[in-house]
Design a protein around this ligand. Sequence first.
Ligand code: AVJ
Length: 322
Amino acid sequence: MSKQPSVVPASGVDQLTSDVLDGLRKSPKELSPVWFYDEYGSDLFDTICELPEYYLTRTELGIMQRHATEMAQLIGPLAALIEFGSGTSLKTRLLLDHLVAPAAYVPVDIAREHLLEAASSLARAYPSLQIVPIRADFTQPFELPPRIATAQRRVIYFPGSTIGNFSRNAARSLLESMRRIIGDDGAVLIGFDMKKDAQILERAYNDSAGVTAEFNLNALRHLNRELGTNFNVNAFEHRALWVEEQSRIEMHLISKRHQVVDIAGTRIPIEKGEHLRTEYCHKYTPDAFASLAAGAHLLATRSWSDPENKFSVQLLEPAKLQ
Ligand code: AVJ
């Protein structure tokens, strides 16, 4: 068996361990959502995307299918397309299919194997496209390849409602850093999930087949394998709850009994009924998103949605001070 690839940064176990410890010392305890995604977790996520309750992926894809032509027109020719997270998916392809003479495709991802996969599968599909993968954590400053200096404009693609995983402040900083990267005449094409009926949202994150539960619990399995911790995975229960004041779904793992977890020699007690928070999924109204973007000096110059207004894809451009 080959070693399972992991999206966890190869920055040395010590930093990782101390990040995990920091989270487990908070109240409530927290774990980063990056722990969902080992090979098994990535497969589970692919399964989630096909679940009847998880409308996000297919809704966004529908929007892209209907409007990619117009999106590409608004982006214009000779653009460098910079994707935050590396896409091999249909959404990225739809965009690439319609762009006129794109100058380059620049996937940015922390995980080497995701980058390689994206680069090789897109290179096969678009033999004349210049692909310049960058291995970086896009929440931190990183260098852009000098080659894209000749592009007509820089356009960041950030699909999948990944922005929803960030707290308001972190989301604003991320948009600010995008604003810096695109310069005065670039753009950001971003997809986010809209606020809607709490029941629909809770079902999307607590599906009847139990795949999301398995996905959530997999964070603990991944930790046990990667850091040698001893979480008793069977003694945790998945919970997805809508928190109205924060307009977000929170994914939690609840311990069914008292247990003590050993992490690099530190013993962390977890009480019966105690919650570990593993993920935020913020949901935005159009107004809330507009004010988030405005905080980063970005303005939606065009937005697209599905007929039921479940999901939104927006073209953000620098807000001009007149
Ligand atoms: C991949 C982060 C967009 O927040 O909906 C799916 C991850 N978590 N089910 C989301 C997820 C639980 C997903 N994102």
